[in-house]
Design a protein around this ligand. Sequence first.
Ligand code: ATP
Length: 300
Amino acid sequence: MSAPVTVSVDCPAKTNLTLEVGPSHAEWGGRHELDTIYCAIGLTDTVTATAKPAGAGFSLDLAGEHLGDLASSSSDMRRNHAVLALFAMAEAAGREPDVALTIEKRIPVGAGLAGGSADAAATILALNALWELDWPLDRLREVAATLGADMPFCVAGGYARGTGYGEIIETIPDDSDAARALREQGYAGSLLVGAYQAQLSTPEVYGEFDVVGAGDGDRNHLQKAAVSLHPRSGAAIREALAAGASHAFVSGSGPSVVAFTPTPDIRRDVIAAWERSKAVDRIIAAEAPAAPSVSVTVAR
Ligand code: ATP
């Protein structure tokens, strides 16, 4: 068989169906202990990895209308999560990072949707195929865990429980009772993402959490802090619930809002409410749960 020359991976964003924040630990660099149910949502970035000649080094091209702070000329390409994933995989595989990466960004940046982690996970999956490593999921997750808390989850998507600081992943298989229960509670199917131009930095939201704590009954312990920093997210949640959404909440550390819309009528009513009030800047429709998909082009 010919070797692959180009591998493209569509990698979903994530949200957190529950997010319990525990104490922070000095030995984890001040990170908090988490217990979370991750859910991948079918709003994807596409990462394409193409082999370059030996010694050519790497390149990175970004495309998309909403690049947030990634678009600024001051943002350093070497700090892009996809490039960090390329270096980590090159080191783990004993290869040179002679690869051209392109990222077609659709996941809003700095939005609590783990777009950067999705790009890193997509890069790991792409290189696993491009370099014909054929590593199992656990090994890919080990590389991902060196890069960030959400990244091991993003490598496989679906539903999963995350503990530690979010990096210890227990998959919730589709046919398990736990997955059935999540579907029955309405955490599946059509949803709307309410997205913003504004970004929130995760450390800033944890800083606010240390001041305001978790809201009563909030399944996402960071919601009160995110809404305190970005009140429009709170308005969008109230409006989505009033329009019939089965669940509406801040995604991770925000500011994006996710609203599950069990029927086409409810979906239409949530869109109408958000458009009328301008509580969000952009509305994106997606489905959950979702999983990454890998497509390989071989030399002919
Ligand atoms: P977190 O994963 O911490 O919850 P988030 O989901 O809120 O973060 P991301 O979109 O992952 O947000 O971006 C967080 C920061 O990471 C951005 O400010 C951006 O500068 C940086 N970053 C680096 N590489 C990427 C990338 N490929 N895509 C998005 N952001 C990236």
